[in-house]
Design a protein around this ligand. Structure first.
Ligand code: ZN
Length: 75
């Protein structure tokens, strides 16, 4: 289990897409898949800067963060 100083928050974007907020950064769904046991596995990428090379990524299982790399290359 990972410990965070910030509480992750799941919100919806203007087009109904899901967004994960952790601290001051926002993440959008990159891959979302339902496993055989019914657990939904999602990979989140930095919402604004992934296309510009930001490597920050979060993995969740049923909206619980199981691993993350939240080093952003921008403020
Ligand atoms: Zn980023």
């Amino acid at each position: 289990m990972f410990l965070f100083t910030e509480t992750p928050e799941f919100i919806f974007g203007s087009r109904g897409n899901r967004i994960l907020r952790l601290g001051k950064y926002y993440y959008s769904v990159h891959v979302c898949a339902t496993l055989d046991n019914g657990i939904v596995k999602t990979r989140w990428y930095c919402r604004t800067q992934h296309s510009r090379g930001c490597k920050a990524v979060i993995h969740t299982l049923d909206d619980v963060i199981v691993s993350c790399k939240t080093t952003h290359n921008h403020a």
